[in-house]
Write a protein that binds this ligand. Structure first.
Ligand SMILES: Cc1cc2nc3c(=O)[nH]c(=O)nc-3n(C[C@H](O)[C@H](O)[C@H](O)COP(=O)(O)OP(=O)(O)OC[C@H]3O[C@@H](n4cnc5c(N)ncnc54)[C@H](O)[C@@H]3O)c2cc1C
Length: 393
């Protein structure tokens, strides 16, 4: 019986396990053994991290939920792998090492949020703890503002800077604005004293989106009460002041950094061929260059569509079809069948963004045409994409 070991129960890992269950069906436990390994006992819905600022959202789905039909789940942290022996070493909960033998190994160890140095001030939205710290800080700002007589000082306390205008920055700004205004009002202050400023150093919000679509999104954000400062690089947050590279300053109560993700640093300790951004170089069948029985998908892999040289981004929408394709490839590998399944780029350009309660913004581009959906319908689509990515629908 062949053993497929999947490392990482993030979006790529759980969707791969789901695909393998569909492909192998009743053959699991007979022709093939499948094991999902993760250092945590849960799949972390990190795309919803911003929600944790405003409410106690449940972002952890037990990994056992995905390990049905005979798929095994093993909680352990991968520390090393030995490709000649076809083994990996796991550090288990009891600190003991465990060696696991594989025939096929899939590396889906993902990414982490780029932590902004604490010397630059503010809080990076990098974990549940960071989100809770932000919530606590904003609540204490409301109390300070309540005790403050001076209108200008009060406005400064009720102004929040968000630095990084990617999806996370936009979604955080929108959700936080609605919640902060409500909290301020409930504290007996005027919600129109709240200001949220979203900073980005680039020319427009959202890379790859046409200018007119980006402008439409900015209008929508302005309507929600969010000020956008593009082409503005924030240097640091110190003594209640945002300092920008162009010399401008802004008085704000708190600064939240949403700088994006980087490849899981652990990947650098493995001997795989890497890009300069430390992503694993894979072939168009997702096998790691030079390691035919080891595969990599998701954020930790550099995956290129050969026909157009298009590189997959570090997003769920790209990880999910990679996982579906790899499950088919692995079935052929296990049964020794030849196949012609290779990577393909995501067929359309697409962004789904939440803009706070009951509001969303969806942009798709196909055949050079732009389609946008906003409002409640946009919100519904966004919620569906979150649930689909974590296999909750
Ligand atoms: C705040 C935030 C917001 C985002 N918003 C969006 C969005 O709106 N839309 C979108 O498409 N993408 C978004 N992304 C990106 C998206 O989350 C990633 O593309 C996606 O998580 C990639 O999935 P993955 O499975 O490759 O990696 P991950 O989800 O990072 O999963 C990696 C898994 O590996 C496990 N692991 C790591 N190291 C070890 C080890 N040594 N041993 C054992 N297990 C280990 C981890 O516990 C984790 O479960 C966001 C990311 C962040 C951080």
């Amino acid at each position: 019986m062949k053993h497929i070991v999947v490392l990482g129960g993030g979006f790529a890992g759980i969707n791969l396990v789901n695909g393998l269950i569909k492909e192998f069906g009743h053959s699991i436990g007979k022709d093939v053994k499948i094991t999902l390994v993760d250092k945590n006992s849960f799949h972390f819905r990190k795309v919803l991290l911003f929600k944790m600022i405003i409410e106690d959202a449940n972002l952890k789905v037990p990994l056992t939920r995905y390990c049905t039909n005979g798929v095994e789940y093993l909680k352990g942290e991968v520390t090393t792998f030995h490709h000649t022996k076809k083994t990996i070493t796991l550090k288990m909960e009891n600190e003991q090492n465990n060696t696991l033998q594989y025939d096929y190994l899939v590396v889906a160890l993902g990414s982490v949020v780029q932590e902004v140095s604490s010397k630059l001030g503010g809080i990076t939205l990098s974990s549940i703890k960071a989100a809770l710290d932000i919530r606590q800080k904003l609540q204490s700002l409301i109390l300070q503002a309540k005790a403050e007589e001076n209108k200008e000082v009060r406005k400064g306390l009720l102004c929040v800077a968000i630095v990084g205008g990617g999806i996370t920055g936009i979604e955080t700004a929108a959700e936080l604005t609605a919640w902060f205004k409500k909290e301020v009002q409930e504290a007996g202050l005027h919600s129109n004293e709240v200001e949220v400023i979203l900073f980005d150093s680039k020319e427009h919000l959202l890379r790859g989106v046409p200018v007119k679509v980006s402008e439409k999104l900015v209008k929508e954000l302005n309507r929600l009460g969010i000020t956008i400062r593009v082409k503005t690089k924030v240097k640091q947050f110190e003594d209640g002041q945002i300092q920008c590279a162009d010399g401008t300053t802004y008085r704000v109560g708190e600064c939240i950094w949403t700088p994006g993700v980087k490849v899981n640093p652990f990947i650098q300790t493995l001997q795989f061929p890497l890009t300069k951004e430390h992503q694993i170089l894979v072939t168009d069948t997702y096998s790691i260059q030079g390691y035919p029985n080891i595969f990599a998908i998701g954020d930790c892999a550099r995956i290129i569509y050969r026909k157009t040289n298009q590189v997959d981004g570090m997003t769920c929408k790209e990880a999910i079809p990679q996982a579906a394709r790899l499950s088919k490839i692995l079935k052929n590998e296990v049964y020794g069948n030849s196949h012609s399944i290779t990577h393909k780029a995501f067929p359309i350009k697409l962004y789904c963004i939440s803009l706070g309660p009951d509001n969303g913004f969806v942009w798709a581009q196909k055949w050079g045409l732009d389609f946008t959906i906003s409002g409640k319908m946009g919100a519904r689509i966004r919620e569906k994409t979150w649930d689909q990515a974590s296999l909750l629908v």
